[in-house]
Design a protein around this ligand. Structure first.
Ligand code: PAF
Length: 282
């Protein structure tokens, strides 16, 4: 496994693999790797000749009062995980290399970035789309792997890849959960034991919503979820919204495939989760 710290060097290596006929898989991450990331790595190992993992805590996707500085950076542990999981290259650029003082270009995926998390984290998705398009141009991946847990991010990047004619196929990967149901996230490390116990209510509530969705009106399901989330102690809801699976527009009772997405603060930690629900045809 090679660790590459420079974008130009990574680009040269990726180009050479491309010319040699290798298929390249990219797993973009901000590090603090967990089982969710490992599931992406093993998908790439199966599909691709070469797996590149990027580890870059991207400053431009964090708001001014967000957790950029305290975001976990366990580099040695991350590299061990990559090595154990047969990664070929870890791309770990510096902030200056990715975003020089002169950087002026940003990628905006209109409308889809203005709802759900985008309402509460302005410029977040522009930061994500910009860094991911740079990562695509640096590593020329045939496939790039993203978790469904960040559903809005996934849909925005699918749209971006199509709109900007990237050669990369976006591969959605299932959310990995603890046995308790809690969706894995690097930010779970911020939670105290007590907060972690409390936060289980989020996935439990969504799971119950999937059952209700089969025979109940959408607004009923939404109201019920909101009522349950409001009862979680030490919490604050950013949103609990049901959107169209394909384009993230607000769903109605005629929408066949929907995503129930929530963002809830537990203490000082913001957690997101979602479930995909499909109406049975009558
Ligand atoms: O999901 C993440 O970890 C980040 O948003 C990503 C896709 C690596 C871009 O910085």
């Amino acid at each position: 496994m090679k660790v590459i710290k420079n974008a130009l060097q990574m680009q040269k290596i990726a180009l050479k693999h491309l010319r040699d006929g290798d298929e390249i898989g990219l797993v973009p991450t901000m590090g603090a790797l967990h089982e969710g990331h490992i599931s992406l790595l093993s998908k790439s190992e199966k599909n691709d000749d070469i797996t590149i993992v990027s580890i870059f805590v991207n400053p431009i996707q964090f708001g001014v009062n967000e957790d950029y500085l305290k975001y976990p950076r366990p580099i040695k542990k991350d590299l061990d995980i990559c090595r154990k999981n047969h990664v070929d290259y870890v791309f770990m650029p510096s902030v200056d290399d990715m975003f020089s003082q002169e950087h002026r270009t940003f990628v905006e995926v209109q409308k889809m970035q203005d709802i759900l998390c985008g309402l509460f984290r302005p410029a977040h998705f522009e930061g994500v789309a910009t860094v991911v398009s740079k990562l695509f141009n640096i590593s020329y991946p045939d496939r790039a792997y993203f978790g469904i847990k960040d559903f809005q991010q996934l849909k925005i990047l699918e749209r971006m890849a199509r709109d900007l004619n990237f050669r990369t196929k976006i591969i959605p990967c299932p959310t990995v959960r603890e046995r308790s149901g809690l969706a894995l996230s690097s930010r779970n490390s911020y939670l105290s034991e007590e907060e972690k116990n409390i936060s289980l209510k989020i996935s439990k509530t969504l799971k119950e919503a999937v059952h209700e969705f089969r025979n109940k009106d959408l607004n009923f399901v939404k109201r019920n979820v909101l009522n349950k989330l409001r009862k979680i102690p030490n919490s604050r809801i950013d949103y609990a919204e049901i959107v169209n699976f394909s384009n993230l527009s607000i769903a109605d009772n005629n929408t066949k495939r929907v995503v129930f997405a929530v963002a809830v603060w537990i203490g000082k930690t913001r957690l997101i989760d979602n479930v995909i629900m499909t109406k049975r045809s009558k």
